[in-house]
Design a protein around this ligand. Structure first.
Ligand SMILES: Nc1ncnc2c1ncn2[C@@H]1O[C@H](COP(=O)(O)OP(=O)(O)OP(=O)(O)O)[C@@H](O)[C@H]1O
Ligand SMILES: [Mg+2]
Length: 267
């Protein structure tokens, strides 16, 4: 049975979409069946998989507002084992439309339940807000994956996110759990980065991924080619670190060759 993971953080530009796209692509390449659901009006996850937003027959918006069935919104990407429910600009209106709808927190969950058994992993790329769309994401998922920057302000954001996490758990999703917190665009040379990591580890022991994604220009270039980084430049640092994250996510030990590649990439 598929595991549903919401990639969420109300702070903007922390690597949610990049993590959803690249972790999904890696897991797909390993033979797992993966579905990504883009519930952000920016549609970055959709672009990241090379899907053109013009001419999409049915999107996440249609699925959330009851205009289309989930299964009719799913597109195959050109990447191994990865399917996508595309996100389009009309999702911006969904925040308002959903307010008047029945079961407004559970609409995504009801749709996800109709397909989740066909996948090993379902990732939900949430928008940078704690509005109804993200609340739908948190209600629909089993676990939340939180990409964050190792900056001081990120700590305040995390406190707020955890408040929402508890609220959703007590009202809509009693088994909601934390998959993990992953630091992105990480610079290990900065003192503040290490301090923020320590602080987060203190509050969430065992929840911080050991793998920290460094800043890598290939990761920021890949979306403009509509490709996950491993298909854009498989030898890049970005591809290596999302592979490492994927392995840690799967609970795998690193083999010697991978450890060697990691040490070489970090120097
Ligand atoms: N490790 C990285 N190294 C370099 N650039 C990165 C890295 N991770 C993400 N980026 C770039 O940073 C920007 C923000 O990343 P991304 O879109 O994944 O964040 P987000 O949290 O999904 O943003 P939003 O909140 O707007 O949805 C993008 O331009 C992306 O290409
Ligand atoms: Mg995003």
């Amino acid at each position: 049975m598929g595991k549903v993971i919401a990639v969420a953080n109300q702070k903007g530009g922390v690597g949610k979409s990049t993590t959803a796209v690249n972790l999904a692509a890696y897991l797909g390449s390993r033979g797992y069946k993966v579905l990504c659901i883009d519930i952000d009006a920016q549609g970055n996850c959709t672009t990241g998989f090379g899907i053109k937003k013009k001419g999409i027959p049915a999107s996440a918006y249609d699925m959330l507002t009851g205009k289309a069935k989930m299964e009719d919104t799913i597109l195959q990407t050109e990447f191994e084992n990865v399917s996508l429910v595309p996100g389009t600009a009309d999702l911006a209106g969904a925040e308002v439309e959903l307010i008047q709808m029945e079961e407004r927190f559970k609409r995504l969950k009801m749709q996800v339940l109709t397909v989740k058994e066909q996948y090993d992993y379902v990732f939900i790329d949430c928008p940078p807000a704690l509005g109804l769309l993200t609340l739908n994401g948190l209600t629909a998922c089993d676990e939340i994956l939180v990409p964050m920057l190792a900056e001081y302000y990120a700590l305040e954001g995390l406190t707020q996110l955890m408040h929402t996490f508890r609220l959703v758990r007590s009202n809509y999703n009693p088994t909601l759990d934390i998959c993990g917190i992953v630091f992105t665009m990480y610079d290990q040379r900065l003192n503040v980065s290490r301090q923020v990591v320590e602080e987060v580890q203190k509050y969430f022991p065992d929840k911080v991924f050991q793998t920290k994604i460094p800043r890598n220009v290939r990761l920021s270039e890949a979306p403009s080619y509509g490709k996950p980084v491993m298909y854009y430049d498989k030898n890049s640092k970005g591809a290596l670190f999302y592979e490492l994250l994927g392995k840690e996510f799967l609970g795998e030990e690193l083999d010697n060759k991978t450890k060697w590649r990691m040490r070489r990439a970090m120097t």
